[in-house]
Design a protein around this ligand. Structure first.
Ligand code: NAP
Length: 375
């Protein structure tokens, strides 16, 4: 029997540390418990709201008239299939814990996603991405419980309809699906993905020259005392190991992203906008230094460019460190919204609206929340 609590304060379950109470609240650790929680919600005639790691969530201030369910289904299995390993993880496992275990086992594929907060179940919802890797690249299937039909089914990678920080789970047709388990295919042989400048700079002295592609483990390491936290610089042709990549990603993130013990934050609050190439070219005339990353035509049939919003907020809108009341855009990374512990959900929404409207008026670009609102 699961325990259903009432009028439970939710802010402690999110990294933004904001939010009101849940009319009903349950922690579920198995699919059986999940089914039980759904039938309780039906009995009480309230909807079901799923909470994962709470790292990408803004919870409304007023009481949520629903059964808020925290999915803590655990367990990880590793099955070898030739040169790869299919890893199946419960939705309630910690994402970064899974990355750490994969790296320890010498498995490639998610090392660039080190340090991403949240649960395994939240990873496909957001199609989490960092340092040139998106989780969709390794997802085999996502097991879901459909709260409408009571069925458990497995969605293939294609059925998840992954997009940039997007998936079916963010759209009305996926709203009744609760992620219970996710399977990933990781590889015993892998090649470092060092496409992001920050990682190239971390490992190589002259990163604007071409960094090595493919090849084996590095052996001939040099220690550079002048680099402080970064004792490792590789020579040409040497490649970092899995553990070194994980450390580099974690170190880079810790330099740019707020300490969760100090601030309430949900990481990137907005998505980087994807705009038509023609619009990008027009903006480039006005802002010649505007960076842009052309997107593969296989995923975007219309020529499209991803624009780093942090650059726009800083260089076009002058909003780096912009502060109003208890909310601000983080100085080291303005796409990240932080609050000082006193902000309300309404205050965050008003602040976000102002940022959206400033970006629109200065660039014509419509930006969207990456964070999911629960109300
Ligand atoms: P960064 O490396 O300073 O890059 C700034 C932006 O430019 C990023 O948003 C990134 O887009 C884009 N970019 C940079 N190099 C690129 C390339 N070679 N190809 C395509 N796009 C490129 O970013 P950062 O702020 O330090 O963050 C590092 C990574 O961690 C980024 O991937 C970021 O998305 C990820 N991250 C995400 C969150 C979150 O809350 N979702 C939080 C922390 C970090 P992308 O964002 O699309 O990669």
């Amino acid at each position: 029997m699961i325990t259903i609590d009432e009028h439970v304060e939710l802010k402690g379950f999110t990294t933004l540390k904001i939010g009101g109470r849940a009319r009903y609240f349950a922690v579920v650790t198995t699919t059986e418990e999940l089914k039980e929680a759904i039938s309780v919600a039906k009995e009480k005639n309230v909807s079901v709201v799923v909470l994962g790691g709470g790292s990408n969530t803004l919870i409304a201030g007023e009481e949520i008239d629903a059964l808020v369910m925290k999915v803590e289904i655990k367990g990880v299995e590793w099955v070898e299939e030739g040169n790869s390993v299919v890893v199946t993880s419960g939705a309630g496992e910690s994402w970064d814990g899974l990355v750490a275990q994969s790296v320890e086992r010498g498995l490639w594929g998610i090392e660039n996603l080190s340090g991403v907060p949240g649960s395994v179940g939240a990873a496909p919802i957001q199609n989490i991405g960092a340092y040139g890797t998106e989780v969709r690249e390794v997802i085999e299937w996502v097991e879901v419980f459909d709260t409408k039909t009571g069925e458990i089914k497995k969605l293939t990678n294609e059925e998840c309809r992954f997009g940039y920080r997007d998936s079916i789970f963010k759209h009305p047709e996926g709203k009744s699906l609760v992620v219970t388990r996710v399977a990933f295919r990781l590889h015993k042989d892998g090649v470092p993905n060092l496409v992001y400048k920050d990682l190239q700079n971390y490992f190589y002295e002259e990163s604007n020259s071409s960094f090595p592609k493919g090849g084996g483990e590095s052996s001939n390491r040099r220690i550079s005392k002048s680099l402080g936290l970064r004792p490792l610089l590789l020579g040409k042709g040497e490649l970092p190991t899995l553990a070194e990549i994980r450390n580099a990603v974690i170190e880079n993130r810790s330099k740019k992203f707020p300490d969760l013990n100090e601030f309430g934050t949900a990481g990137s609050f907005f998505k980087n906008p994807i705009i038509p190439e023609a619009q990008f070219n027009e903006l480039k005339k006005k802002f010649p230094n505007l960076p842009g990353f052309p997107l593969p035509s296989t995923l975007y049939p219309l020529p499209s460019v991803k624009v780093p919003l942090a650059w726009v907020l800083d260089n076009i809108c002058g909003l780096k460190g912009f502060e109003k009341g208890n909310v601000k855009l983080f100085e080291k990374q303005p796409i990240v919204l932080v609050q000082n512990g006193l902000a309300t959900a309404e205050e965050v929404e008003t602040f976000a609206k102002e940022i959206i409207s400033q970006v629109k008026s200065k660039t014509g670009i419509s930006i969207e929340w990456e964070v999911q609102k629960i109300s």
